[in-house]
Design a protein around this ligand. Structure first.
Ligand SMILES: N[C@@H](CCC(=O)N[C@@H](CS)C(=O)NCC(=O)O)C(=O)O
Length: 210
């Protein structure tokens, strides 16, 4: 049985759970991280020396880094994983670049928006950090808003794991929990509504952020 280690309210774990749902792959999830602990135990560190979540464990294979986890799930499904991870080099690289961009560019830009608005008590919230994060992440989301203005339904045309990776962080941008003067991005919002119809999003990403 494939095991996913990680609490379900982590955006990076959500990616993996949504991907598993798209693939129809059976799995077991075990809580780890934050109030659940586990990540600092020697056993967990032996699997994932970063002490971060998610980690996937299957038949001796250990995979961490959420985007690598999704790639693994698609590769083990075979072919192009029902279109989730296209096989043609240029199309696959097109998907990969958005996943790398999410990790390297979008997430650091957006991080304080989520942490300050959702995980920091009102009394200690630093609105300066919130506004800086709105500004820096708006620059990222504006790139996607311009991309979707050409009418494409998903990032690379058809729905792929790049939409999952970005969709989990779009949840923070559009979430009622983090409204803090963000600009409206109509083409981006239309994409967000499209991915919002997918059962994996409804089940794992749509619930209230905490
Ligand atoms: N780049 C990593 C980031 C992993 C990460 O930072 N995960 C967070 C949760 S989203 C974490 O482990 N937080 C510590 C904890 O939950 O104890 C990935 O994409 O998997």
């Amino acid at each position: 049985m494939l095991i996913v280690h990680g609490r379900a309210n982590s955006a990076n774990v959500m990616k993996v759970l949504w991907c598993l749902e798209e693939l129809g792959t059976p799995y077991e999830r075990r809580d780890a991280g934050m109030e659940h602990g586990v990540v600092d135990t020697p056993g967990y560190r032996a699997m994932n020396p970063n002490g971060r979540i998610p980690t996937i464990e299957e038949d001796g294979a250990i995979i961490w880094e959420s985007n690598s986890c999704m790639r693994y799930l698609c590769l083990r499904a075979g072919g192009d994983a029902g279109g989730l991870y296209p096989a043609a080099p240029a199309r696959r690289a097109g998907v990969d670049r958005w996943m790398d961009w999410q990790l390297s560019t979008l997430s650091p830009a957006e991080r304080n928006l989520f942490w300050q608005m959702v995980r920091t008590p009102d009394a200690t919230r630093d609105m300066g950090l919130v506004h800086a994060a709105v500004k820096s992440s708006a620059e990222c989301w504006a790139i996607l808003d311009r991309l979707f203005a050409d009418g494409r339904p998903f990032l690379e045309g058809d729905f792929t794991i790049a939409d999952i990776a970005l969709g989990c962080f779009a949840r923070r941008w559009f979430g009622a929990e983090v409204q803090a003067g963000q600009p409206a991005f109509p083409a981006l919002a239309a994409w967000y509504a499209r991915i919002g119809e997918r059962p994996g999003f409804v089940k794992f990403v749509a619930p209230k952020l905490f």
